[in-house]
Design a protein around this ligand. Structure first.
Ligand code: ADP
Length: 428
């Protein structure tokens, strides 16, 4: 049967994550809120599809404490916008409160601020990041499942000599394709999903490149200091620690440059110190190491070879470009930068439903949203080769190129966007 093929099934039900975000002001116990939401879900016989669940307006306790309730991951089980019915679902309720502390740069010390950043997770800055990232072929889900399995194996004390796995992830691909953001968003997700096992969670971001653009002697000390504090975090077994190392290829580059004599040999020591420390860290069950690289060829660094998941993150495909741009245009409609037809909020079509519409014969009754969506498809086609980062900037550049600054006509806007896209491509 179909259900037998799905991994996340308990008692013949689909496991669906429900994320509950507390208000910043709430002092409620997470467990109490979880129980309350579970009861609420049980009594309301909801159908499940991705997205927000409205709060019941007669539940004072939830209204006081909860900011939002969101159903996640149903896309894995249902295609074509179908929904799961309540009796098919076993909801997994995760309650969390966003940290508003912002990045803490203490680790860098002495004015050397840009090498490291530390966040308490889940952080306000990363709220919504996961949803905003668009990749094809279930990359996000694959990473999430991978990391979740790795954490589970650790937690259950699976003997690594008998079954081997590690907690190292490498994302590589051209710049601006969302690798760093994906790591941060993944850490945020995991901190929420694993909050009952690990009540605290941190993300430490190390920019490998910046380590070497500083004075090497200082870098050595910084690395030592950094890992000392990471080690301290890791020793608390209630802590889940994510170490993100960006532009990891610069480690290899620095080592090679030092070997060829073009850089001081201090840099070798920094690289080696970093690798040794990472190796040590790897054995802790509550650490996940995430690395990114803009080089797609093999990166010759010992620990990267051992990464279990090496995922290539390429330039966005047509579908991904369309969806990224759609979220941009939707935001401009919401904020009133673009004019809504007849002052009704316009819902643009998703890529699959646009394709379906274009194939079907009911094309004649072209409503505003279909017209606009078709035009957006043209823009997406014109954006072939642009990175996710460029795409997210395109609407702004387009707006800046236009004479009308407020309440633009969306059709005109999209026309201009094609020109802007062409210019961007030619200037690359
Ligand atoms: P990289 O680490 O690959 O250089 P970043 O994570 O720094 O890329 O991406 C920069 C920004 O570009 C992101 O914050 C996001 O706004 C946008 N972006 C890049 N790729 C995507 C994508 N696949 N989907 C949505 N937005 C993206």
């Amino acid at each position: 049967s179909e259900s037998a093929a799905s991994p996340a099934i308990a008692d013949d039900k689909f496991l669906v994550s429900v994320e509950v975000c507390l208000k910043p002001s709430s002092t409620a116990r997470l467990d109490d809120v979880r129980t309350c939401v579970e009861r609420m879900l049980e009594t309301r016989s909801l159908s499940y599809s991705n997205g927000p669940v409205p709060l019941p307006d007669n539940d004072q306790y939830l209204l006081e404490n909860v900011q939002s309730i969101c159903v996640c991951d149903t896309d894995e089980w249902v295609k074509n916008g179908e929904v799961l019915l309540f009796w098919q679902v076993k909801p997994l309720v995760h309650v969390y409160q966003l940290s508003e502390e912002g990045p803490c740069e203490e680790l860098g010390g002495d004015g050397q601020h840009s090498s490291f950043n530390e966040w308490a997770l889940p952080a306000k800055e990363f709220d919504g990041m996961w949803e905003s990232l668009i990749f094809e072929s279930g990359l996000k889900e694959r990473l999430l499942r991978y990391a979740a399995s790795a954490l589970l194996f650790s937690e259950k004390g699976v003997n690594p000599f008998l079954v081997s796995w590690n907690r190292i992830i490498l994302l590589h691909g051209p710049p601006g394709t969302g690798k760093t953001s994906l790591c941060k968003a993944l850490a945020q997700k995991l901190s929420i999903r694993f909050s009952s096992r690990y009540p605290q969670s941190q993300l430490i971001e190390v920019n490998a490149h910046s380590l070497f653009s500083k004075w090497f002697s200082e870098s050595g000390k910084l690395v030592a200091k950094l890992f000392q504090s990471i080690q301290e975090m890791v020793e608390d077994e209630n802590n889940l620690v994510f170490v993100l190392i960006d532009e990891v290829e610069s480690l290899a580059a620095a080592r090679n440059a030092a070997l060829s004599g073009s850089e001081p040999s201090d840099s070798i020591r920094v690289v080696n110190a970093l690798l040794t420390q990472l190796d040590k860290l790897k054995s802790s069950p509550n650490v996940i190491i995430m690395t990114t690289s803009n080089i797609t060829a093999a990166i010759d660094i010992a620990f990267v070879d051992r990464a279990d998941i090496k995922a290539y993150v390429g330039p966005p495909t047509l579908q991904a470009r369309y969806e990224i741009l759609r979220s941009c245009v939707q935001e401009l409609l919401r904020s009133g930068i673009l004019k809504n037809f007849q002052d009704k909020p316009l819902d643009m079509l998703t890529f699959p439903s646009l394709k379906e519409k274009l194939l079907s014969s009911e094309m004649q009754e072209a409503g505003a949203s279909l017209t606009l969506s078709r035009q957006l498809l043209e823009v997406a086609e014109a954006c072939d080769g642009l990175s996710g980062r460029s795409l997210r900037k395109l609407p702004f550049l387009t707006h800046a190129a236009m004479a009308h600054t407020f309440n633009c006509d969306p059709i005109k806007f999209l026309c201009t966007m094609i020109d802007t896209a062409k210019r961007e491509r030619s200037e690359r």
